[in-house]
Design a binder for this molecule. Structure first.
Ligand code: UDP
Ligand code: MG
Length: 316
């Protein structure tokens, strides 16, 4: 099979018939063998009925239906799990992404050898309240992830070599960082294609302003995971040791000052009034805590089922 199209959707009943027939048209015109996997993320409207009736007319249409709303990431993850095509394309269900981009995305994966090609909505039809924070967000994501050539991390329209989607786990709200996940898994050839974007025709956006807060928090998690995820002691141990040493120096200062004061008649020194005393207390306590956190982290990673999951590029 050439292509799997994975479409996460949450209450998109109006868009689905148009989307399905548009994809069919593009696939038939290019002679692709394909499947469409709708992942219904707990819709409460008639989306599932619509999908049933579409599937009756087209055997290439399949569905996975969640019992409740889990989020776009879990929907993508399950779609990826199911996908069988050589190239896997994801797109949003709201008709903001154009199926006309599919043939070129397919070609870039197949002929130019990309692992992942992300769409870039260079000209966006979204409100300013969304486009400006998005610019900021993408700039941060570029820096943190080190994927310098991507302008639009969170574009719903993306193409993957099948191998890639089988080796990444999209959980939480990590769909915003799939290129970063792919890079961390060992896939380096990540490209971009300018894609057409349209205003939402039906319904409304499913993400509020919290997307930006959560987006940044997730970026922090991913950064931490990729740098220290399997060696937490490297960061916590270092921080803990530094803190402890600072505390030790402060203790030493307190001791010396106290001894001097005890042997002198003119110089008074009260331990509990000294800034060094408080510094030594907090620094040593924090230091030990950091260190223990690192140790516990090490124990957890040593027991994680994924600790030895390395992507092997070639094997004889
Ligand atoms: N979506 C989903 N589960 C959710 C929220 C959204 O499957 O909890 C789907 C939604 O139906 C759409 C895609 O994810 O197909 C992108 O959502 P939306 O268009 O609301 O996001 P925006 O374009 O505003 O970023
Ligand atoms: Mg949308």
């Amino acid at each position: 099979m050439d292509i799997s199209v994975v479409i996460p959707l949450y209450n998109e009943e109006e868009s689905l018939p148009e989307l399905a027939s548009w994809i069919e048209r593009v696939m038939n015109a290019n002679g692709f063998s394909y499947e469409i996997i709708f992942v219904n993320d707990g819709s409460t409207d008639r989306s599932m009925d619509v999908i049933h009736s579409l599937a009756e007319k087209n055997p290439s249409i399949h569905a996975i239906s969640f019992s409740r709303n889990y989020g776009k990431s879990p929907a993508l993850d399950r779609g990826f799990h199911r996908a069988q095509g050589d190239v896997v394309i994801t797109m949003d269900a709201d008709l903001q992404d154009s199926p006309d981009e599919i043939p070129e995305l397919y070609r870039m994966i197949k002929e130019e050898g990309y692992d992942l090609v992300s769409g870039w909505k260079k000209k966006r039809y979204d409100p300013l309240s969304k486009t400006i924070p998005t610019k900021l967000f993408n700039a941060t994501a570029r820096r943190v992830s080190g994927i310098k050539n991507l302008h639009d991390f969170n574009c719903g329209l993306k193409a993957y070599r099948k191998d890639v989607v089988k080796h990444i786990e999209v959980y939480g709200d990590m769909h915003r960082y799939i290129p970063y996940l792919a890079k961390n898994a060992g896939y380096k050839k990540i490209g971009e294609k300018v894609v057409h974007h349209q205003a939402r025709k039906y319904g409304h956006t499913k993400f509020g302003l919290d997307r930006f807060v959560n987006g940044y928090l997730d970026l922090g998690t991913l950064w931490f995971q990729s740098r220290f995820g399997i060696k937490p002691m490297h960061i916590f141990g270092l921080l803990g040791s530094l803190m402890f040493i600072i505390g030790l120096i402060a203790v030493f200062i307190v001791l010396v000052l106290k001894i001097i004061a005890m042997n002198s008649t003119s110089f008074n020194f009260y331990v509990t009034k000294s800034v060094y005393f408080y510094l030594s207390l907090t620094a040593m306590v924090l230091g030990v805590q950091f260190f223990c956190t690192g140790l516990v982290g090490e124990l957890i990673t040593r027991n994680s089922a994924e600790r030895n999951n390395y992507l092997i590029a070639e094997e004889f």
